[in-house]
Write a protein that binds this ligand. Structure first.
Ligand code: GLU
Length: 503
């Protein structure tokens, strides 16, 4: 179904150098899957073109932005292996990289717009604006601002400003501007009707910049050449183009990524369960697998290749292979891919990961782990073959830690309560006592006699032994498990399970 193929030659795509792109998250929450994909595409685009990847924190919403969220975003990006050339903790000569520290830039750009006659103060109150909108709606026309304050004469404006009357600053969109057109490398030629673009607000009455204004000032000052972001911002793009024009600048290239949908065809959201990158980390996905999966979510290398490294992604990524259709988040495919990456880890690397999990579960201390390295490395391939997510590891190996084991109720009912289970355990005890050395081959040889001597089906006999020894019905292979457990614990557990087993 899925396969790994050699990376194809890089697609030809003419991009004028030097490329500067940015990822501009708002720290109003953790980094979620959609944001991570946007970051990955920007990063791959920058790296593939020898460009610069800028990280900017759009923290203008004082109520919802937190330092904690900013830290979580930085942590998530690093965990995915995305490094930024400029931004928080990296510095750079186009900073500061937090919007809350850029007030001077917004103020001086506003002065420039005012001087050129591209911005004007608007004194309309919210009640007045609502009334105007209602009239507009009743006429069936557009409900944008009717430009009342644009017609005020200079003396009136000065007097009202001098009197301290609250006002916002609006963009004076040229009356003869016409439709706003641009070419999106993903969606092709786009056109927005001029009538739909009113003189929108740049700066609020409390002096704070709106998103459409701040983002343009920043993108302009940071010399951003390509803006790659979600298509939830598509309707902002014509407005931002108008601000670039008012500042006398050529707008950058705008590329819009389609939304990510859940399996139900609705936009991926918290309703679909975990969506933050860190929750995927905690569920046991490897960063390489998540990066690979998100790389594929809306972009294809060649229509076939599904497994690729970050380097291969960088080498092949181009905007013309990004799909304009929504991408469906397919948890099963992600799990499959994660399993591929887990199986690619060698015993030492898998052991390192297993150790962290065992330590955090309190099953093994760092000191104990040091003496058991070899033992753990022989366990590693038995487990890595059988899991798709790292959070399956601890339940699978828990039986190896501690003297006795608690038998799960379901396993007891399903297996030990079955006729013959006790007979199998008794026969196993008989043959295992003499096994020396207690290797998996010798254990296997001994246990293979049990079905014959008891007349039980091998599956029934072995499953009873598995439940007695591991407490569950799912474990690494039986004979290897017993070797890792050792003879004493194996025999003690079988004895302890005998009273629970049906004869
Ligand atoms: N802070 C905005 C967001 O997170 C940035 C949008 C953009 O890329 O312009 O949606």
């Amino acid at each position: 179904m899925y396969g790994r193929h050699p990376a194809p030659a890089r697609k030809a795509c003419i991009v004028s150098e030097p490329v500067r792109v940015r990822f501009a998250p708002s720290p109003t929450g953790n980094l979620h899957i959609g944001g991570a994909r946007t970051a990955i595409y920007n990063w791959a685009f920058a790296r593939g073109h020898g460009g610069t990847f800028v990280l900017r924190i759009d923290d203008t919403d004082p109520e919802r932005s937190t330092e904690q969220n900013t830290q979580a975003i930085l942590r998530s990006l690093r965990w995915l292996g995305l490094d930024w050339d400029e931004g928080p903790e990296a510095g750079g000569s186009f900073g500061p990289y937090f919007q809350t520290q850029r007030s001077e830039s917004y103020a001086s750009a506003l002065e420039k717009l005012k001087a050129a006659g591209h911005a004007y103060p608007c004194f309309c109150t919210s009640e007045e604006l609502e009334a105007k909108r209602a009239v507009g709606r009743a006429k069936g026309g557009i409900s944008g601002y009717d430009r009342t304050c644009r017609r005020l004469d200079a003396a009136t404006v000065s007097a009202r400003v001098a009197a301290g009357e609250p006002h916002v600053w609006r963009l004076a969109v040229p009356e003869d501007r016409g439709d706003v057109l641009f070419t999106d490398p993903i969606r092709g030629d786009m056109s927005f009707a001029a009538e739909a673009l009113d003189d929108f607000v740049l700066v609020r009455s409390d002096g704070t910049p709106t998103y459409n204004y701040a983002t343009v000032v920043d993108d302009a000052e940071m010399a951003i050449t390509h803006i790659i972001r979600g298509d939830d911002h598509l309707s902002n793009t014509p407005r931002q183009i108008l601000v670039f024009e008012a500042l006398g600048l050529t707008p950058p290239t705008f590329a819009h990524l389609s939304m990510i949908w859940g399996a139900d065809g609705k936009r991926l959201s918290k309703r679909h369960g975990a969506t933050s990158v860190e929750s995927y980390r905690d569920m046991g996905y490897l960063p390489e697998a998540l990066l690979n999966y998100l790389g594929l979510l809306g972009w294809s290398m060649d229509g076939e290749t599904t497994v690729f490294s970050a380097e291969e992604l960088v080498h092949s990524f181009s905007l013309d292979r990004v799909s304009k259709n929504p991408a469906i988040f397919d948890e099963e495919k992600l799990d499959w891919l994660n399993g591929v990456y887990i199986r690619e880890l060698d015993a030492a690397a898998f052991t390192d990961r297993m150790l962290l999990l065992l330590e955090s579960e309190g099953l093994l201390s760092v000191a104990e782990a040091a003496g058991k390295r070899e033992w753990l490395e022989s366990l590693a391939p038995l487990v890595s073959e059988r899991v798709k997510r790292l959070d399956e590891v601890v339940p699978m190996v828990r039986f190896l830690f501690g003297e006795s084991v608690e038998i799960a109720e379901a396993a007891r009912d399903k297996v030990l309560a079955k006729e013959g289970a006790g007979t199998a355990l008794a026969a196993a005890l008989d043959v295992l006592e003499a096994v020396e050395p207690f290797t998996h081959d010798a254990v296997e040889e001994a246990l293979r006699t049990v079905p014959a001597t008891t007349g039980l089906k091998p599956k029934v006999a072995f499953q009873a032994i598995r439940v007695a020894v591991t407490g569950t019905t799912v474990s690494p292979p039986l004979f290897e498990s017993l070797e890792l457990l050792g003879r004493d614990r194996t025999l003690a557990r079988i004895r302890a399970a005998m009273p629970l087993a049906a004869r």
